[in-house]
Each structure stands twice: as C-alpha cells, then as structure tokens.
Design a protein around this ligand. Sequence first.
Ligand code: NCD
Length: 359
Amino acid sequence: MRHLITLDDFSNFEIESIFRLAIGMQSQLDTWAGICRSKLLATLFYEPSTRTRLSFESAMERLNGGTLGFADPQATSATKGETLADTARMVTNYADIIVVRNSWAGSARVMAKYANIPVINGGDGSHAHPTQALTDLFTIIRRKSKVQGLTVGVCGDLRYGRAAHSFALAVARFGGKLVHICPKGLQMPSWVQVRLAEVHGQNPIEVENVTEVIDTLDVIYVNRLQEERLPANVDPKTVRGSYLLNDAVMKNAKSDAMIMHPLPRVNELAYELDDDPRAAYFEQSANAVPIRMALIASLLGLEQLILTQPPQRNISETTHKCKNTNCITHNESYLIPETETYNSNLDIHTCAYCGNLLT
Ligand code: NCD
C-alpha cells in the first residue's frame, strides 16, 4: 500500500511520472473523466482549509469519483476523544482513499499506519505539506521547464510554515539552489537545515530582508506568518509585516522571475503584484487540481506505471522519545517512537513521525 505522507515516499522518477500524468489530465480531461467512477475520497480536515480541500474534492469529482468527509472536527467523535488510529480503521470501511489535515505533526503517518487504504497528507501541524510541494514544483517546471540550477528564495515564516519545509526539501532534491529569507526567530528548523546539508549538500545563505537578494532570485516563494502556531511567548506584532513583497521590491527582481505563494496571503504579498506577469500564485492554485487528480489515480493504482520505484528508507523502533511538543507521539499514547536515518549519514536520527532530530 502506497501513501503520500512526505515527499520521501516517492522517488524522483515517480514524481516526474505524476507530473506527466497531470499534464495529460489537464489537457485531455475527457479522456480521464470516469477513471475514479465508484471510488470514494474521504476528506478529513481537522484544521481549516480552502484550497487543499476544495481542490481535492474538485480533482476527485472531475474523475467522476465521490467524496465524503468533514471540514469541522467539532462535529466529529474527535471531540469525544477518538484516536486517529480508530478513525483511520473506521474510514477504511467507508472510502477508498483518505486525505487528512491535522494540527499534530506526524498525524497523517499515524492514519497511514492504521488505515488499509492509501492516505495523503494534506498538512500535518508545522511539519509537512507534500501535495502543496508537488503543485509548487509542477508550477515551476511548467514555466521554467526545470528546477535544476534555479536560485530559489524561500521567504517568510520558515519555522512554522509546513509548505515552506516541503517546498525547500523538494527544490533541493531537484537541484535548485536555496536562499532563506526570514525574520529573526522564524528560521528554518534544524531538522530541515540538517537534512538540506546532509542529504543535498546545501547550506543556504540566510538573510532577513528580501531586498538584499531580490536581484539574484529566479523564484521567490513567499509564506504568511503562521500566527496560529506561534508559541505564546512570541508576539505576532513584532514579526508581522516584517517582510513584504510589492511593486517597489519587485522593480529590482529579474524580468523573468516567478512570484509564488501557497496562499492564503495576509499582508506579505501586495495586491498590486497580481497583474505582474511574474506572479504565479493563482497558477499554483489552479495546478493543484490536475496534480491531485494524478496523485489520486496513481495511489488508487488506476495508472499502473506511475508508482513503481518506492525509495528505500531506514526506519526502526527506538527508545528515544521525540522532544517536539507538536509531535503526534505526545498526543496519542499507544504510538511507539520510530526513528529514520538518512542513507547519506546513518548517525543522524530523526523522528519518523515529525522529522525532528532525536539526538
Ligand atoms: C498552506 C497550509 O495550510 O499550510 N495553505 C495551503 O494549503 N495552500 C499555507 C498556509 O496556511 O500558510
């Protein structure tokens, strides 16, 4: 059974195969409509969502599949204390594939362990957002034909932004050169930085202000401040609005640069940029549908030649408890801690649920 919990679940070959299928589905929708007939997608959204849930539903229905689920966990048995494991077992009987969003890092991995159907991570706490990263990479490749060799600035709340984490790791994997742009205190977490260095040989330069590097960037990926995840001792007012992309800043950018944002934007991306030909953020949200169509069809095994080369992973049980207080292992007591090591450095142990460094 294949799942998409982080992009580590897919090889580069598989990711590129999904992109090819997405292009076919985008341009020849009639050919593909019907492929998911009689299949059901469960959308389990324990956290707010607009684009992710709607684009998944749109994708499934365009393939003539059905959808069921919830967008308000207050109306579910989670409020009575039901575990993710039990919910996963139950939904297995009601649907053929699950997309889940939850505020706990590692929650989608728990669902995948207990569901007997494919599980897609629609965002787990401040950990990962792999389907957003697929959409982002696809958008870059459609405009620039490759990621290899591009200078890519990731800008904003890099500490808590799960879309930023998955995007940075994906860009590095496909040979892009990263630049980190973030206010003090909101730097890329060490688990992402260590990984970029150990697995991809990258130590991105880090600046506080986008104006310092704007003329060097081929892609500027902006993220909002994740106010809902800030710890109580961080005052949003001191970091809010400390980075802003607008016409004045973009005057110094390359004429063929791309402005990207996973959306929603709050006050970090000026509306005056919407008509700039370099703006690619609405294209990004549109690309979410063919990407999610291709992903659903592949995970359901309806397209046989896509998911054929799963990456090798080193995962085992451990006695080390994860120190990340947002990790699902702190909330669901039946879980046994597990560790993952990188093939390139077997001495680095990370939590297999939330990615944090264990030692
Ligand atoms: C992102 C998310 O939920 O992580 N939104 C999305 O899915 N497009 C980004 C965000 O909320 O900032």
